[in-house]
Design a protein around this ligand. Sequence first.
Ligand code: FAD
Length: 591
Amino acid sequence: MENYTQILNEKFPGLRLNCEINQRGILTVSGECGNWEQLVDIGHAAAKLGGVKNVVSEMTVKGLVIPVKDYSAFKHNGQAIGTVEYVDVLIIGAGISGCAVARELSKYRLNILVTDMADDIATGATKANNGNIHPGHAVAPGTLKATLNFKGNRMYTQWAEDLGFDLRRCGAMGAVTDEQLIPMLQKAYDIAKLNGVDGVELVDAKRAYELEPGLARNNHKDIVGALWLPSLGLVEPYKVATALAENAAENGVRFLFNCTVADILHEDGAVRGAVTNKGIIHATYVINCAGVYADEISAMAGDKCYTIHPRKGVIAILDKRRTPIYNSLTEVFTLESVKEMSAKKNAESKGGGMCYTPEGNILMGPSAIEIPNKEDLSTTPEDLDYAMGRGSHISYSDVIRFFAGVRAADFTEDFIIEMSPITDGFINVGGIQSPGLAAAPAIAEMVEGILVKSAGKRGAPPAPNPNYNPVRKREIEFRHLSREAQDELIRQNPSYGRIICRCESITEGEILEALRSPLRPASIDAIKRRTRAGMGRCQGGFCQSRVLEILARELGREWAEINLTGEGSNVLTTDNRPSCALCNGKQVNNA
Ligand SMILES: Cc1cc2nc3c(=O)[nH]c(=O)nc-3n(C[C@H](O)[C@H](O)[C@H](O)COP(=O)(O)OP(=O)(O)OC[C@H]3O[C@@H](n4cnc5c(N)ncnc54)[C@H](O)[C@@H]3O)c2cc1C
């Protein structure tokens, strides 16, 4: 057995670290370090030591209070309410992982409940990412990430067909301008091959110009070779999660929002359910898809086996008037740019460059910043500079919004998907950082395998759901219809003739359709994720009040009760004139 304490203290002189490893290879590191970056470095170094399966950090940082979520009030509430549900499967988290798992398991005759502490699906990392269905070339071979990435990428074609969302397989290209960089391409190609990436090719300059006409259009006359990855796809991530959740709901899965899991019930080595602020939910299986909080949920289940170190990424969205300069996601590498990149720390988390969404908005970034606070979604001018860094031709005036998402990285930088060996029936879906979106179909399939195997062992294999239908009807997107189809639609239903969001041409009919969907959105941002109302250049400046009015009318609430995003984020709080009483919005002439 290695002396982990000695090794780490030698590697990080001046600190007094202490290590303890258990039989499963979970190494717990304690002691004080100088700053947050150092804590992350120590965690990474510890994860690389022989015999270590994963790392739990109990380290502190001098002069820094590491934020810790306090679940006690939620727990107290839930205990006071008592039992509210008995289910077969409780899924914690309605991001892409939780929604994918729910939809996969809806194939079976199981009573499934998904809980999320937010007021809607896709409010965590799932709403704040680049939407790239990565081919699988950029992940370390041999990792679970690598296996699930290429599989997931392949499975997206069927998902898009069944669930009715846009998947744009535009491909990706890494082109180089110097022969000295060919070995770099060769290395990337070899990794892609090892990872089973579909269709990957090393191409010469002539073929590179054929595959990506944007190279010539943008005066890149000096390309000497390229790596071509035709399987890269683009999606709107919240649309994928919505489609999954709606299809799961159509197949019998229930969702409970504003419901925070505050404790996991377990006894005699088996999971029994969870305590939430909305009461106690008894469950035979609990599946932990809680994103950045997955480590805390696992610890609640008696299985403290990893620590999430949050990694923030800032992305800038550009106005649609700025169109993508390449068809594929293309990056041109020069000797200089490669030198600059390799000078940065944490090779696995450098962040990205420029891509675009299926709707045509260019995304710049993300950055990759290690942060102590899992809920820190703040953005700074420096973050924006970083995100904009890879597009010298792009003006800041094209940016219509910039935002942050937080990746749920563990110290092995891999996914953790397993039945807990400590608490039977508790399944961890943790460490789901990038490429968690691309891998989601394969993650769901893996979880299904784990649960079905376990249920079989218990002598109760789940029966198929006789009513399971994998197909979800695609919603109407007025803006993409022909003029004739638009006219016909308006004739049938005049609400499609009322434009609510002018920037994106979103109609009242589409908002009403979203409000009548199997998972009714209840806030202005939830409507935005479903329909794009508010996603355009003016960012809701024009349509927000109209969406608010429709929401209030359709949900039977007062204007003042409508939230922007989540409980307590009411848009209207005080009357601005006596005749405009918030309690009776209908009196106001809003024309
Ligand atoms: C900037 C950025 C860019 C990225 N780009 C890409 C990309 O291009 N391609 C790609 O494949 N991946 C990308 N990723 C990674 C991808 O976004 C994530 O892997 C994926 O969204 C994780 O989904 P999830 O469902 O596991 O977690 P989340 O989406 O974070 O969902 C977790 C959910 O759990 C809920 N929750 C947490 N604790 C509790 C609790 N106690 N009780 C109830 N609910 C709880 C949260 O409210 C949340 O809704 C990116 C990530 C970031 C941040």
